[in-house]
Design a protein around this ligand. Structure first.
Ligand SMILES: *Cc1c(COP(=O)(O)O)cnc(C)c1O
Length: 422
């Protein structure tokens, strides 16, 4: 077979083994062409919530395809988009009254940034800077790289990135420093918004912080008239134990971004929700105040129908009970490593569990990363450590036996790596 022309994401083709070809997905598994069942312990990059191909979602897609393909979303609307918007407003924190559609997490964040800047521009205030948290990840477009952690991933593109204010990640005991730095930034009078991943910084290393800090940040933002943008692209749809992570802090952001789990992970779709004030700042007989944003596939009706089906699953099935059960299984799994010197920073937020392997070199490009990944791959487990950080974020249909298998294999992997390192 000739070499594939496909260029894969986050892949160094000079070092990778051949791609495994998937022929089917089902529940917590990917099935490859050799018939191997691979346990998807990271929900296919964090998108699959209930499990692959939940029947209600598959049926909704099938039904929608009988009536729709893409429909222009200016001048025209359709039932799936309308129904989804109302459903999202019902389920999301109070005060979010409008829904803008796009097609990925990155575009949901781009839209949020433009809404925030547009809000101040249209209300005649000069505020054009964004505050972000150290180690954040918001996507891979030029705009979202600008508001994310700088490093090896974006070194080549650095000249194109815009400047932001950064607040330190709140390591335990240092929370006040984070709050004070934010307050000092706000005092410049130029800050439009704080953009934050609530409770868990995902791609930055599954770094977790408490809900109290989030509510303190919200208070400071409010005091200075700074907007709070919650990037719930990863944390949404139950990952942190509640439908949205903001609920745990008892806060309503001014803007909320959702994507990954919005369609249960079945189809690409994103939504940026905002308050009435932000919508109203763009409502004018002056066309210059229009929100100038669109993408070709905005509010794809089939994707919206899949998301409506996801909402239906949340209403009609015991999703919260499954999340609570998975959180308990993760707690039990992690507990076996308590006091184990092979690991550091054992942590959990709802259904997400993470721990760092105690090796000398850390960071994403830590030597240990590829050998760990190969170890799991040989055992038909889809686990992709972020450097020496091992995390599990399985779909909610995963069983106790499967979770046990994951922790057993992490145990073996740690011993293998540390033997090699010694
Ligand atoms: C994945 C992710 C994004 C980007 O989403 P894409 O759909 O990959 O563009 C943005 N923010 C957070 C917090 C994410 O985890």
């Amino acid at each position: 077979m000739t070499q594939s022309p496909v260029w894969h994401p986050f892949t160094q083709h000079a070092l990778e083994p051949p791609m495994k070809r998937v022929v089917e997905t089902k529940g917590a598994y990917l099935v490859d062409e050799a018939g191997n069942r691979v346990l998807d312990a990271i929900s296919s990059w964090w998108v699959i919530t209930h499990g692959h191909r939940h029947p209600t979602i598959v049926e909704a897609i099938r039904q929608a395809a009988q009536s729709y393909d893409q429909i222009i979303f200016a001048e025209y609307t359709h039932a799936p988009a309308e129904e989804l918007a109302r459903g999202l407003i019902d389920l999301s924190p109070a005060g979010l009254d409008h829904v803008f559609y796009s097609d990925s997490g990155s575009t949901a964040v781009e839209v949020a940034l433009k809404m925030a800047l547009g809000f101040f521009h249209n209300t005649g205030k000069h505020r054009d800077r964004i505050v972000v948290m150290e180690h954040s990840y918001h996507g891979d477009t030029i705009g979202t790289m600008s508001v994310g952690e700088r490093g090896v991933f974006n070194a080549a593109y650095e000249p194109l990135l815009f400047g932001v204010d950064t607040i330190p990640f709140p390591t335990p005991g240092e929370e006040q420093n984070t709050l004070d730095t934010f307050d000092a930034s706000c005092r410049s009078g130029r800050i439009a918004a704080l953009l934050i991943e609530p409770l868990v910084l995902g791609a930055g290393g599954m770094k977790m912080f408490g809900s109290a800090l989030l509510s303190e940040l919200k208070k400071i933002a409010e005091h200075h008239g700074v907007l709070l943008i919650a990037d719930e692209v990863m944390t949404g749809w139950g990952r942190t134990g509640t439908l949205f992570a903001c609920a745990q802090a008892g806060i309503s952001p001014d803007i909320l971004c959702t994507s990954k789990g919005l369609t249960g992970g079945s189809l690409p779709l994103a939504a940026t929700l905002c308050t009435r004030q932000i919508f109203d700042a763009h409502l004018s007989t002056d066309r210059r105040n229009t929100f100038f944003h669109s993408s070709s596939y905005t509010a794809n009706p089939i994707a919206c129908a899949a998301a409506v089906a996801n909402l239906k699953i949340w209403m009609e099935e015991p999703v919260q009970a499954r999340i609570d059960r998975l959180a308990a299984l993760q707690r039990q799994g992690l507990s076996r490593f308590a006091g184990d010197r092979r690991f550091r920073n054992i942590r959990q937020s709802g259904t997400i569990a993470a721990l760092d392997l105690a090796v000398p070199s850390d960071g994403y490009l830590a030597d240990i990363g590829p050998s760990l990944r190969a170890f799991f791959r040989e055992r038909n487990l889809l686990i992709r450590p972020l450097g020496n950080i091992i995390y599990l974020m399985p779909p909610y249909c995963v069983t106790e036996t499967e979770i046990d298998r994951l922790y057993d294999t992490i145990d073996e992997a740690a011993s293998m790596c540390l033997e090699k390192a010694a």
